[in-house]
Design a protein around this ligand. Sequence first.
Ligand code: HPA
Ligand code: ZN
Length: 326
Amino acid sequence: QAIDDLIRALPKAELHVHIEGTLEPELMFKLARRNGIKLPYASVDEVRAAYQFTDLQSFLDLYYAGASVLVTEEDFYDLTWAYCQRAHADNVVHTEIFFDPQTHTVRGVSFETMLNGITRALSDALLKYGMTSRRIMCFLRHLPEADCLATLEQAKPYLERIHGVGLDSGEKGNPPSKFKRLFQRCRSYELPVVAHAGEEGPASYITEALDILGAKRIDHGVRCVEDPELVHRLARDKVPLTVCPLSNLKLCVVDNLEKHNLRDLLHAGLCVTVNSDDPAYFGGYMNDNLLACRAALNLSDDDVVQLVLNSFEASWLRDADKTRWE
Ligand code: HPA
Ligand code: ZN
């Protein structure tokens, strides 16, 4: 189909991808071997077979376990470079990557190690592919606010290399209001804020992310439809939603893609974008997500072009000086 060729050919921006979620089973095994770490799986096929999720938590358990193979700067480089190559193949020309420092610092991996590996790969992607990027540090919301505040203090020497902050991990029972002081401090450091909200949590978490955390962009946000006034506000204020359709399908946020509200939200005038979230776990990168939505929701050429334009509009690409050439 011509529209699918259009999807593949268009330059795109990705705004919601967790670098730890791009760890393909093959690389997981390679890094485990390199670092002498024993995995609870016998083969790559066994790992893939384990990726049958019933909700966000069932995924997070495997995602955090998988990340334990990331130890050295080289590991973070290899992980990030593999993602850049794969994203480049999908004509992603700009990417805003999440990383979860707390997943690594508890295991004794330093900020320096993580950031050096990630930054070096992104610099290579700029040189080799002309791919621009930003790095967004996410806090794990299942942990106490005090832990997150300590992580922010640890990050202080590296803020030059961190373009913004986010909030991820288990949403249920961990409302944005739990992190009011943390994000107040982030804003005092002039770090732009995004937050996962309204993925599994209620619409009120989206409102809290906006009003209490000062979020500029909402990650997922699909449960906004439960509050029509909020939908109106998101459209009026042009608050972007970084939607991840295959993720929503795999984590049973929706029963099937035909029922996904992406097209409705787009037609309601919201700045909706399509993203891959944790592509190694959810079975699809950027183009797979767009192609699956096009088929399931019968998206038009205009819909596809609008989604792609939105990805640039919602990006932080305008801060051109934040593109690092080192
Ligand atoms: N939601 C919350 N936390 C996450 C996700 C997600 O989709 N992916 C990685 N961490
Ligand atoms: Zn996410």
